[in-house]
Design a protein around this ligand. Sequence first.
Ligand SMILES: C[S@@+](CC[C@H](N)C(=O)[O-])C[C@H]1O[C@@H](n2cnc3c(N)ncnc32)[C@H](O)[C@@H]1O
Length: 290
Amino acid sequence: MKIATNKLSDLYEFYKNELSLIYDEGELYSIFELVCEKYLNYSKAQVKQHFDENINQSNLINIYNTGVELKKGAPIQYILKEAYFYDLTFNVSNAVLIPRPETEELVDLIIKSQTTHNSPISILDIGTGSGCIPITLKKHLPLAKVFGIDISEQALEVAKSNALKNNVDVEFIKQNILSNFLILNSNFSIIVSNPPYVLNSEAKQMDVRVLEHEPHLALFVEDNDPIIFYKRIIDLCDKYLEEKGWLYFELNPMYAIDVKNYANDSKIFNFTEILNDMSGKQRFLKAQKK
Ligand SMILES: C[S@@+](CC[C@H](N)C(=O)[O-])C[C@H]1O[C@@H](n2cnc3c(N)ncnc32)[C@H](O)[C@@H]1O
């Protein structure tokens, strides 16, 4: 693995030579931009303008080593220990899922649903991971009282570091949503969740980068009860969601209708709607309590 000179353009050539079997060109260039942003402090627009520049030894080593890690299959966000979500930056480790664009859409739905961004509502995020959902909501709905729960102690540590990083106050609580549920504030205006929703049997078709690096606790559910988390959260809405309060889910499109039917059968809601994501998949459920 050789780099011709320490010009930025030659580093990019090195990435292309080593990584073009793993990433297509567009993806690879976006990754290279993220690496330059991290180590050289260049904005995306500046990267090409600096292609003829000589890179100093320590930056050269960092960018080279990042290329070596990428070749082993690690996602760029775990290598840089950072991910962008909505308009914020989050710490990530392999104890948390890398926040996804679909989840940005979910958060956007909630933010846009609030006609006034200064009403004192309360929000609960179930299965919070990096804390990307509650932290972004708190940033945009500053008067909201916001809570995030997760079963994983390590994920909660990452979420707490992200609340500090983004300078917001979110209360994080360790809870197993499938066992006894105890939380002091019992009347939330909004309950939101992006729970584990990939079937164990779907693992075979998954990208190895996801499979080998992201936490299985965050991804998978048993095939014999694929909507177990959704059913449990819908049941909890009876007690923990206030009258006229809203439930928002990110869904596995294969089970969108099942989740909607379960919500309708529960008779807790007066309105349920499935919404598509940007790629046209049935990805979100929005429901209002009676
Ligand atoms: C799909 S990830 C979502 C993470 C984050 N909210 C996001 O959208 O990027 C699901 C999360 O649920 C958590 N989780 C899994 N089983 C749980 C349980 N029984 N109780 C509470 N949280 C659980 C996982 O640790 C993981 O952080």
